[in-house]
Write a protein of this length. Sequence first.
Length: 197
Amino acid sequence: MREENKTMEENKSGILKKLFYFVIIPFLLILTIVLIISTVSGLNIFQEAAKIPIIGNLFSSKDMATISIEDYEQQINKLQAQLKNQEKKVEDLQSELEKKDQKIATLQEEKENSANNQVDPGNENANGQNETDTQWNEVIKTYEKMKPQSAANILAQMDETTALNIMTDLKEDTLARILEKMPVEKAANFTSKLANQ
């Protein structure tokens, strides 16, 4: 009897093993391959299974479908709100760009007007006067730093009015050294004109 029980148990375990090896494993392998192929081809196997009358009840429910539609509607609403915000930003940036373009055009017109209207010496504005004064002071400083012989040669060659204006603003000791290095006739001419001013 023991032997019969053993053989029966072996037969039961042998049948289960055979069932497992020859039915269950190949079924799982085939199912896996079908899922991989359908995924690669872009086919949703669960949606297709939902179309089958009896099996379809297992894979689809109205609750899942309505949740999906509600989710999509919420997503659409969010995206529309984001789109409106982006459009508003674009409009703001465009208006800012237009303002800047107008400002550039105004500045260009002012620049052209100032270039076309040369400033008369009597009508200089305060800004132009300050700039001219600064430039003039730089010229005077340059002549004061020059060697007396170089400054004398340059002043002797330029027109008398400009030379006299420069000499008027030079320090006395610098002027004396420059006049000393000038030709005698030029030095006498400049000295008499400086004395008459």
